[in-house]
Design a protein around this ligand. Sequence first.
Ligand code: HEC
Length: 167
Amino acid sequence: MRNSRPIHLVLLVAAVAASLTAVVAAQQGVSDDVDGYFSWTRLNPQRNFIESAHPAPKDVYVNDAGAQNALDREFPFAQGTVFVKEVMDDDGLQVAMLPSMRKVADFDPDGNDWQYAMFERQDDGSFSGEWVDVDSDMHAMCSSCHANAADTDYAFLTYMLSPDAAD
Ligand code: HEC
């Protein structure tokens, strides 16, 4: 038993260090279910410079709830899936915005139950934005274009390696 004390101490120190790290790493102004997205599964093998509705350069992350569906291309995505697109500034040095989408049961049956948010970096480095209501103009804009990806449950996934290439 005497030997267990140092181990407890090590665990305590590790726990305190982990919680401090979490505080330091938290991104002010993003919602809890987006915070820490950069430790999720990144779906694009290399940074994506595709010109689209969202400026380049960018990376796309998916949380654990949706990672397997995305990698196996099995649709629809599970409830609780969150995608975050990390869009950098033109120099690729700072995050400029985080367009995000999450799957919420019964939120919008006509739009495959995706809810959308746009978190934008402010001058002080914090983010500003929120998940928007189904009757908002922003929802209509995001959802109407993502409907073009209805075959893959509203997620374009075009930046992933093609399934053929992975074979
Ligand atoms: C005019 C079409 C269009 C509109 C409008 C649009 N998107 Fe997208 N979105 C795309 C395309 C195309 C991709 C995939 C290619 C890429 O990475 O740019 C994408 C990718 C995404 C992704 C990564 C998941 C995926 O679909 O592969 C997120 C998250 C996202 N968009 C959020 C948003 C949000 C939030 C809005 C509204 C503020 C929005 N989008 C509006 C076309 C659009």
